[in-house]
Design a binder for this molecule. Structure first.
Ligand SMILES: Nc1ncnc2c1ncn2[C@@H]1O[C@H](COP(=O)(O)OP(=O)(O)O)[C@@H](O)[C@H]1O
Ligand SMILES: [Mg+2]
Length: 297
């Protein structure tokens, strides 16, 4: 299997904070990999090392056959980057934001206007081409950021929290856009703390906690591995839930606590060894909570 990106034992500290702590990560060519982890897990720091904006303390990065940071210039020429924080030039129009990047990305002069027009189409902003970026809605700006990253037909696209802070409808739109790119064969690495986003878009998910990859696999495999097929939700007053949780754990089951229930993972076939409750299918959210220790907001 060929890899668009391979990261081994990547490390980065800021003073006493080990933001990235021996991260391993692969993006097979033509696939979308989701780096899923809670806030503070080291996702953005990882992205900044992949784009050459931050130097790793140690570890190795190979992107599209180039070693980083040494050959980051060559790698970046074939990579598109959508940062977590919107860095459009707010004083410029949508079209001029694209023009500047077409030049930065060395799109040949003769092709530039066509590339910009295509970018506006991808962003569905042809009708707003001459509006200043600060007059666009949050969703439009996100689409423009993505279109900007695609001007030079990158083989690898890096998206840091592509839909953070957007309303559900705009999120759906962006998901369709990312999905379409993947279908066209672009390799994609996307960070997210939205489980649904990873589930919806990623062929393979790497779950990160405290700067480390905790496990990797297609969402359904991760679910089967860590949460089994069925989860039994037992409801009751807090005292009762404490007892249920202790009993389930003593029997070797992983549990997670929500406000009103204990969820017992891998409960298929447990029969009456476990207290009665409501049975539902295991899902990636259960895996996320189990592996990262974070509840879902
Ligand atoms: N430039 C920086 N200086 C100091 N600490 C940083 C810096 N960037 C990130 N951190 C810290 O590193 C950790 C990981 O941050 P980040 O990579 O932004 O996580 P994520 O993107 O997963 O939310 C956090 O504890 C954060 O506070
Ligand atoms: Mg981040």
């Amino acid at each position: 299997m060929a890899f668009a990106l391979t990261v081994q034992q990547l490390e980065k500290s800021f003073g006493d904070v080990r933001a990235v702590d021996g991260l391993d990560l692969d993006v097979p060519e033509g696939t979308c990999v989701g780096l899923l982890g809670p806030n503070g897990a080291g996702k953005s720091t990882t992205m900044r090392m992949l784009t050459g904006q931050t130097l790793p303390d140690s570890g190795s990065i190979e992107a599209l056959g180039w070693r980083l940071p040494g050959e980051s210039k060559q790698a970046r020429a074939q990579m598109g980057v959508v940062p977590q924080l919107d860095n459009l030039d707010t004083t410029l129009t949508a079209r001029d934001n694209l023009r500047i990047f077409a030049q930065l990305y060395r799109v040949p002069k003769a092709d530039r206007e066509a590339a910009v027009d295509r970018g506006l189409q991808i962003a569905r902003l042809t009708g707003r081409a001459d509006a200043r970026a600060d007059a666009l809605s949050g969703g439009m700006r996100r689409r423009l950021l993505i279109a900007r990253a695609l001007l030079h037909h990158p083989r690898l696209l890096l998206l840091d929290e592509p839909t953070v802070g957007l309303d559900p409808q705009v999120r759906q739109e962006l998901w369709a856009m990312i999905d379409a790119l993947r279908s066209e064969g672009t390799s994609i690495l996307m960070t997210t703390h939205y489980i649904e986003e990873a589930e919806r878009l990623a062929d393979s998910v790497t779950i990160v906690a405290a700067g480390k990859a905790v496990d990797t696999g297609p969402p359904a495999e991760l679910v089967a591995r860590h949460a089994g097929r069925e989860v039994r939700e037992v409801y009751g007053p807090p005292d009762r839930l404490n007892v249920v949780e202790a009993e389930a754990r003593a029997l070797g089951f992983a549990t997670r606590r929500t406000g009103t229930s204990v969820a017992i993972l891998g409960a298929e076939g447990a029969g009456d060894r476990l207290p009665e409750g409501e049975t539902r299918a295991a899902r990636l959210e259960d895996v996320f909570v189990k592996l990262t220790g974070e509840e879902v907001s």
